[in-house]
Design a protein around this ligand. Sequence first.
Ligand SMILES: [Zn+2]
Length: 122
Amino acid sequence: MPRKRATERQVIAVLLSQGAVIPCYRCKIALTAGEAVEREHVVPLALDGTDEPENWRYSHKECHARQTNGSRATSYGSDKHAIAKGKRLARGPRQRKGKAIPGRGFDRKLRKRMDGTVEIRK
Ligand SMILES: [Zn+2]
């Protein structure tokens, strides 16, 4: 009979049952059996991180989610923030759509002094 192939989850469960201590990559608290664990990418795939073992780490599902989405009202400091910034920078400076904002039409031949008097430019 062929031997079973073990899933990642099964390997982690066996290691933990043998007493292995696997700290969460984010909070450093040891993972325990039955906890929601996720494999995360140190450098996010969206930021050109590789999908290779060197870029994989295990962490609690909650810790991973916090890193991905941020924990405050904004996503500042999270992967989501970094990815959005990368996209913004790749897009380049904003281009205005539609017609230009019209000027006030002040005659270029005239010049207004700081004291409010208007004189003709020479
Ligand atoms: Zn954690």
